[in-house]
Write a protein that binds this ligand. Sequence first.
Ligand code: ZN
Length: 86
Amino acid sequence: MSLRRIDLKNSGSQLRRCEKCGKALSRRHIGTICTECEQDAIYKDVKEFILHNDVTELEVADHFQLPLETIQRWIKEGHLSYKENK
Ligand SMILES: [Zn+2]
């Protein structure tokens, strides 16, 4: 394991920023937007999906290839409301 990588170069040329919010992205980050914006974008789709489909958390997670805990967190935080099967 050699995960330790010390970069002493101080050139900011490789610094990438999120296309949406301008937050600095880590070099290892994949994509052009930060995780938060990524989730925000997905979140909107998820919300639409839940509004128009009678689905469970599991189905949502599966459909969007998201961790179930992410969906549950969104619902818990009150961002999403879905039809509960009780
Ligand atoms: Zn961002």
